[in-house]
Design a protein around this ligand. Structure first.
Ligand code: BJW
Length: 232
C-alpha cells in the first residue's frame, strides 16, 4: 500500500464494542433485540415519541458510562503522526457515541449524527442533550415544547456531511473500514467508490463483513488489537 499520507478511515459500531457499547447486527446486537422500524425511523418517532425517546435515553446512559478503547487511541496516534509529516487522517464515523472525541481525535465527521446532541423538530436548532431535556422540555433556541429529538440519522433520512465525506474520499490514498458490517448505505458503498478511484482499501473487522469481497486487503480480529497493529 506504499506510504499513504491521506488516510480515510470509516468506523462503525465494532470500534466501540470493546468499550461495552452494543453493535447493531451481531448476535444479541441492538437490532436483534429491538425492531429498528419501531425505534429508528421518523415514522416511529411521529407515532410514538415516548418509546423512541426512552430507547435513546437508555442508549445515552450507556455512552456516558463508556470509555474509549485502544482502537480509538490508535486513531488519535495515527492522526498526530500523519499531521507531523504533512499528511491527514480523515475520520468518518457511523457511530453516534463521542468516544473518538474523548480519546483525543481532533476532527470527527459523524455521518449518522450524535447521541449527546438534541435537535428541535420545530426550528432545527441543535443543542447539547441535557439530562432534563425530555418530551416536556422547551427548545433553548425557539421555546417550542415537546419537539426535541436525538440528533441522529434514522432510516430513510439523509446522512450528514455527505459532500465533505465524498471530497475527502476522493482525495485519499488509502481507505480503511473498521468495525462495520457494510450493511447500511451510503457508507457501505464507500469501498466501491474508493476502488473506482484506484484507492487501495482495507477492512479491519472481527469477521468478513457483508462487503468483504470489495476490499483489496483485510485484517481480522478485535479492533483494539488489529487496528493499532495495522496503523503502527
Ligand atoms: C467488531 C468487533 C470488534 C464487532 N472489533 N469489529 C436497500 C438497498 C440499499 C439501501 C437501502 C435499501 N433499503 C433502504 C436503504 C437505505 C438505508 C439502508 O442502507 N438500509 C439497509 C439496512 C439496507 N439507508 C438509509 O436509510 C440511510 N439514508 C439514506 O440512504 O438516505 C438516502 C440517500 C443517501 C445518500 C445518497 C442518496 C440518498 C440512513 C441510514 C441511517 C442508519 N442509522 C443507524 C441508527 C443511528 C442512530 C442510532 O444509533 O440508533 O445507524 S442504523 C445503525 O447501522 C447505525 C449505524 O451507524 C449503522 C451501521 O452499523 P455498523 O456500525 O456497521 O454496525 P453493525 O452492528 O452492523 O456492524 C458491526 C461490525 O463490527 C460487525 O461486522 C462485527 O463483526 C464487527 N465487530 N465487534 C472489530 N471488537
Amino acid at each position: 500500500m506504499g506510504d499513504p499520507k491521506k488516510i480515510f478511515v470509516l468506523t462503525g459500531a465494532g470500534v466501540s464494542a470493546e468499550s461495552g457499547l452494543g453493535t447493531f447486527r451481531d448476535r444479541g446486537g441492538i437490532w436483534a433485540r429491538f425492531d429498528p422500524m419501531r425505534l429508528a425511523t421518523p415514522e416511529a418517532y411521529a407515532a410514538d415519541p415516548d418509546t423512541v425517546l426512552d430507547f435513546y435515553d437508555h442508549r445515552r446512559r450507556g455512552v456516558v458510562a463508556a470509555e474509549p478503547n485502544a482502537a480509538h487511541v490508535a486513531l488519535v496516534r495515527a492522526e498526530t503522526r500523519l499531521a507531523a509529516r504533512g499528511g491527514h487522517l480523515f475520520l468518518c464515523t457511523q457511530n453516534v457515541d463521542d468516544l473518538h472525541e474523548r480519546a483525543g481525535s481532533r476532527t470527527v465527521v459523524h455521518m449518522h449524527g450524535e447521541l449527546l446532541k438534541a435537535r428541535c423538530t420545530a426550528c432545527g436548532a441543535v443543542t447539547p442533550w441535557r439530562d432534563d431535556l425530555n418530551r416536556t422540555s422547551a427548545c433553548p433556541a425557539c421555546g417550542t415544547v415537546g419537539r426535541m429529538r436525538p440528533d441522529v440519522v434514522w432510516f430513510g433520512e439523509m446522512p450528514m456531511q455527505l459532500d465533505t465525506i465524498e471530497d475527502a474520499l476522493a482525495a485519499a490514498d488509502l481507505f480503511v473500514a473498521v468495525g462495520t458490517s457494510g450493511a447500511v448505505y451510503p457508507a457501505a458503498g464507500y469501498v466501491r467508490q474508493a476502488r473506482a478511484l484506484n484507492i487501495p482499501t482495507c477492512e479491519i473487522n472481527l469477521e468478513p463483513s457483508d462487503n468483504a469481497e470489495a476490499f483489496d486487503d483485510a485484517r481480522y480480529g478485535p479492533a483494539s488489537t488489529a487496528l493499532p497493529r495495522f496503523l503502527a
